[in-house]
Design a protein around this ligand. Structure first.
Ligand code: NAP
Length: 461
């Protein structure tokens, strides 16, 4: 029993590493979630039996409060609000890390931490508190509780940088010499203010990428806490969190053809307001559900491209019905997933998996792009920016250079959306005006439902 906590930490570390590996593929993702949950259970159990924990009743109270907040949140927030939920959970986690750091510092005022422990504590407190306010701001922007547009002013980067440097100087002071009483609270205050200032110049649209980056800061704070408390589990889990958050934000930036500095200082969200009004009044070819059903039924190969609109409409189950009916008719149906389709990484994979669409039908962009030229139909369901050919051809476009799904290379393109309104980037889409594109105007769920209803009446091709 004495060594139980050490074995449980070891087991937890291994399962959490495996969990991240399994989360890499849709086929093993469920196993990955389960492994992560089991790992966390062992980490918590190990901590509870650790000799440091003298009484557990405070832990139970905290556990009950956390559960009372966390469980309703998970149920109340819809799938499309997962970025907000992630921001809130980072805020809670990093606030806890910051408080643990502060408690550790004030534990014995006559004998404050020194040396390496103090360095780790300073890193933990700085990253913990700044990520706390930054995450709250990110939540506010995504939930539109604070202005989503980037708030910028002259000399902003200078102010932000000066504040950070001041905080770091205080942190160094705490580490190298006994500091007066006011230094530690001021250090915390600087971190809290810096978190707010970090987020205000960033547009609401860039928040999902910023949240991945905040995830990385939260991980670093937890790892630093692990060093301060000499807790190996925290070091391992924090380091994994930090690395995976960073890698995810790099992947998202690449998929949007944006640099980190562009996300952090680029004020990209402004583009939406200025160009949204420019939706062009050019003629398009529109079609009915009956027309669409006929074309689909006579196709040999159909590639379905889901996007944010499918998530908003919750059309994934209807899409599954459509795919099943077409497959029964001998049509080869595949799905093309863009890495930033929707509003969070893996958004489309999660929705399509929820509707039990077989994983082997889901293809990543690089894998399927070559197949569009052989497809009879590319059926775009609520996607817009990720299929905009301007990213390939228009050097003036804000999304120029972003890798896209080459749906325009299919024989016929059908696009389900409600209007000619733009998507996330706020720009018009040349695809809609092409001769081989048919616009299917309507809500994704209802329109796909109508196509599904039309199909049985059609004679097998
Ligand atoms: P999008 O460009 O935002 O377009 C979504 C389209 O869905 C809109 O044009 C909208 O047109 C349509 N729509 C909305 N509600 C609908 C409904 N109920 N039924 C049918 N259509 C509906 O989406 P996307 O192509 O998936 O691209 C994602 C964008 O988000 C990219 O610009 C990406 O860079 C950005 N982004 C993604 C992430 C991520 O992690 N996935 C993170 C940050 C940013 P109507 O209004 O006319 O219906």
């Amino acid at each position: 029993m004495e060594n139980f906590w050490q074995y449980s930490y070891l087991f937890a570390a291994v399962t959490i590493i495996l969990s991240i590996k399994w989360l890499n593929s849709p086929a093993t993702a469920r196993r990955g979630v389960l492994a992560g949950e089991i790992g966390m259970l062992f980490a918590v159990a190990g901590t509870l039996v650790h000799f440091d924990v003298l009484t557990v009743w405070q832990i139970w109270v905290a556990f009950l409060i956390g559960t009372a907040i966390g469980v309703p949140l998970a149920y109340l927030m819809p799938m499309t609000a997962v970025p907000q939920l992630t921001a809130l959970s980072h805020a809670f986690g990093t606030f806890a890390a910051g408080l643990v750091g502060a408690a550790e510092y004030y534990k014995d005022l006559n004998n404050p931490p020194t040396g390496f422990t103090m360095v780790a504590l300073a890193v933990e407190v700085l990253l913990g508190f700044l990520t706390f306010t930054a995450s709250i701001m990110a939540f506010g922007k995504l939930q539109e509780l604070v202005p989503t547009r980037p708030v910028t002013y002259k000399g902003q980067n200078f102010v932000n940088l000066s504040l950070l440097v001041f905080a770091i100087v205080l942190g160094v002071w705490l580490c190298v010499a006994p500091a007066p009483f006011w230094v530690f609270p001021t250090f915390i205050g600087m971190a809290l203010i810096f978190g707010v200032l970090l987020i205000i110049p960033i547009g609401g649209g860039d928040m999902p990428t910023v949240i991945a980056l905040l995830n990385s800061y939260a991980g670093m704070s937890a790892a630093a806490m692990g060093f301060a408390l000499d807790n190996k589990m925290l070091i391992i889990a924090g380091a994994l969190n930090a690395a995976s958050g960073f890698i995810l934000s790099v992947i998202m930036c690449k998929a949007m053809n944006r640099s980190f500095t562009n996300v952090l200082f680029g004020a990209f969200g402004q583009v939406q307001a200025s160009t949204a009004a420019q939706a062009q009044h050019r003629p398009v070819h529109s079609a009915t559900a009956e027309d669409a059903a006929e074309i689909l039924a006579s196709a040999r190969k159909v590639i379905i491209v889901p996007g944010y609109g499918m998530a908003v409409a919750q059309a994934q189950h209807k899409v599954r019905e459509l795919s099943d009916q077409l497959t029964k008719r001998g049509v080869d149906v595949q799905f093309a997933i863009h890495p930033v389709a929707g509003r969070m990484p893996g958004h489309m994979n999660v929705l399509l998996a929820e509707a039990d669409i077989p994983y082997d039908r889901l293809h990543e962009m690089e894998e399927i792009n070559g197949e569009f030229s052989e497809a009879d139909v590319a059926l775009v369901i609520g996607a817009n920016d990720v299929v905009n050919p301007a990213a390939r051809t228009d050097t003036n476009s804000p999304i120029y250079g972003m890798p896209i799904l080459d749906v325009d290379k299919a024989h016929t393109v059908m696009v389900i959306k409600r209007s000619m309104n733009p998507g996330f980037a706020g720009i018009d889409n040349e695809l809609y005006y092409m001769d081989h594109t048919l616009m299917l105007f309507g809500d994704a769920k209802s329109f796909v439902g109508e196509i599904v209803k039309e199909l049985p009446a059609l004679v097998h091709a």
